[in-house]
Design a protein. Sequence first.
Length: 336
Amino acid sequence: MMIRPPDDDAIADAVRRLRAGELVGIPTETVYGLGADAENVHAVAKIFALKGRPATHPVIVHLFSPDEIDQWARDVSADAQRLLRAFAPGPLTLIVKRSARVPDVVTGGQDTVGLRFPSHPVARALLRDFGGGVAAPSANRFGRISATTAQHVADEFAGGSVDGLRLILDGGPCAVGIESTIVDVSRSRAAVLRPGGIAATDLAAVLGYMPEARSHASPRVSGDLASHYAPQTPTRLVAPDVLADEALALGPTKAKRAVLARSATPPAGFQGLWRFAPAAAADYARALYAELRVLDASAADLILIEAPPSTSEWQAINDRLRRATHKAEVTTGDRR
Ligand code: TXA
Ligand code: MG
């Protein structure tokens, strides 16, 4: 597996590999993607094999320009057009009715397709030169932490089969850091299937109404599974006022704790790993997945995350934290 700086040669190499049915690791402004030619069913099948992702979980198609939307979608609504004008290119995925150009393997056989127009200059250069659609899920193994650097992508797939993934374009650390906002505009009213890089209030300002949040969507969104974006180490969300106590209380194995704090400082005697996440939501989002990887790589038996505020700017982050902490719930002061 090769990580290359994204010069003209590397982009041309990536285009050749996509045309040959290989996978390419692609930087986007949200997270890295595992890209394949969306119209090559064998190439798309490699994505599912490499990720270990069930075939029923559709992948989204990345395009260079909203001008191409009618080639990939039909019945594109006025709401969809408004969102595209406001947010494309950018961290938005639209669920629209698919055209005949979209293969079944991309959509899991559904009548809709997810389309996204990334703003990252490397993704855009690649899409422009490739000229078609690039199917790409996040470049992580199924259910695991998404990748926000080229090295994360290499780490994710280092142990397993690298069949089809020989090139990762290094576009630097992702500026947004969490996945795109998924908005279903295939029905009469827009609905948010996954909160993300664009806040619901910003969508509402463009739509003229607050889109409904549809968390248990049918069709299925794989980010919708309760356990997702998850470290291998058990992980819990903890209220700020009890973080210090929880960090000192050792479990049966006496292994150390790993902590992701925002405001709380380590208590006297704490011997585990104490990391600080940024205080502002946008910076926190940018750092989150890299921090989860650092915490997960420590020898801790438990990761404790200081619960951020529950205000709207933290919505997408709190969504990811809830899924990362799957089997446990928030520990609050009054429950102890
Ligand atoms: O920011 C992002 O969206 C990143 C970058 C690489 O573009 N991609 C990404 O892809 O997060 P993925 O596959 O990890 O998440 C896309 C989600 C999946 O949960 C998938 O099930 C859902 O979108 N999805 C795809 N097509 C859909 C459809 N037709 N209807 C409903 N959900 C769909
Ligand atoms: Mg994903």
